[in-house]
Design a protein around this ligand. Structure first.
Ligand code: SF4
Ligand code: SF4
Length: 347
């Protein structure tokens, strides 16, 4: 059973402000040893998204790492979808536009998987579906890491928190493709009106309607979101298969860092979509607070349970946001050895 710290969002005194809460939490979850190079993994949000974790929270963690004798850097990885995170140059620019600069955070922002997302270390994980996974090199080579995740909904995994941050956000491009490739879609020629919207959003030049070149497609499904005709169809059980890979891939960074990772879930501004969306949708539940621990499976389990508890009076749950069951990737992460779904909540 893992201990998970919970700080409620209902704040009434300055001493309970979120940076103060993080200062009280940090010594209980910190893996940092004096002299460590410490990755602080965040998602700075696409430009246009306004509900990602704030720079002041990252700054608080940076200063605590320095106080503990560590050498911090803040980091994220490039994406498979076409936005401002497709390569390191644009990702650094997007992060700065959202307020994540050396001046605001007191640490440099480094793209963990290099200019085009190809810098990585292969880690054996011996899962049921994945034998190995490629972890972004700046993550894999750090001595310890703090993962700060925004708890929110996600169209492919139902919920995005610490496990998703490990099993997707800490991977290089090849690792992300390995997780997504089971979702390569096809186009229904009966529904396709040849509008070309999907061609515009596909970063990998895979679409010539009504055909998709499977050798170029990586299965990240931007095209399905863009198609107004619902003509782009993922294969059966794409979400379940992708989530099983996601949960297993989460072990990659855990193994690379020999478990020296602390996790903070920032469970505020719970939007249906993830911070990769270039807009922020309406919140589906009120703010919950901050949860933290050393076990990502227990942390996400506690977070989902609290979200469900808050949604229950209105007949909802995290499942009802997208009709996607998030426990699939959490259970896969538990089975492969990332942590335990059993937890005890502590103040
Ligand atoms: S967006 Fe949909 S309708 Fe338009 S070309 Fe692509 S598949 Fe066809
Ligand atoms: S075809 Fe669709 S799923 Fe495949 S890479 Fe292009 S946008 Fe992504």
């Amino acid at each position: 059973m893992s201990e998970i710290i919970f700080k409620d969002a209902k704040i009434r005194r300055p001493q309970d402000a979120q940076p103060e809460q993080i200062k009280s939490i940090f010594p209980r979850i910190s893996p940092v040893r004096r002299g460590d190079i410490v990755a602080i993994k965040i998602h700075p949000g696409e430009y246009g998204n306004t509900t990602h974790v704030r720079p002041v929270i990252v700054r608080t963690v940076v200063d605590l790492v320095i106080e503990a004798g560590g050498i911090p850097f803040v980091t994220d990885t490039t994406t498979l979808y076409k936005g401002m995170k497709l390569n390191a140059a644009e990702l650094i620019k997007a992060a700065a536009m959202n307020g994540f600069t050396h001046a605001s955070m007191n640490a440099p922002f480094i793209v963990a998987d290099g200019l085009r997302g190809n810098n990585a270390k292969e880690i054996q994980i011996n899962g049921k579906v994945l034998g190995s996974i490629t972890v972004a090199s700046a993550v894999a080579e750090a001595d310890s890491m703090i993962v700060i995740s925004h708890g929110k909904g996600h169209p492919a995994s139902g919920f995005g928190g610490a496990v998703k941050h490990l099993g997707m956000g800490c991977l290089d491009r090849a690792g992300k493709i390995k997780v997504h490739e089971v979702a390569k879609p096809s186009i229904d020629p009966e529904k396709c009106v040849m509008c070309g919207e999907c061609v515009e959003v596909c970063p990998w030049g895979a679409i010539t309607p009504p055909d998709i070149d499977r050798s170029k497609c990586c299965g990240e499904l931007s095209c399905a979101d863009a198609c107004q005709q619902e003509a782009i169809i993922p294969p059966p059980q794409a979400s379940e298969r992708m989530q099983k890979r996601l949960g297993e891939a989460a072990l990659g960074p855990v193994e690379a860092l020999k478990g020296r990772i602390g996790y903070i879930n920032w469970v505020y501004d719970l939007t249906p979509g993830c911070d990769c969306f270039n807009f922020s949708g309406e919140r589906f539940v009120e703010d919950i607070g901050i949860l933290a621990g050393r076990d990502p499976v227990a942390l996400d389990s506690a977070t989902i349970d609290l979200i469900n508890e808050h949604m229950k009076p209105n007949g909802g749950s995290i499942y009802t946001v997208w009709g996607v069951d998030p426990w699939i990737h959490i259970e896969a992460a538990e089975k492969i050895g990332c942590g335990s779904r059993e937890y005890i909540l502590m103040d």
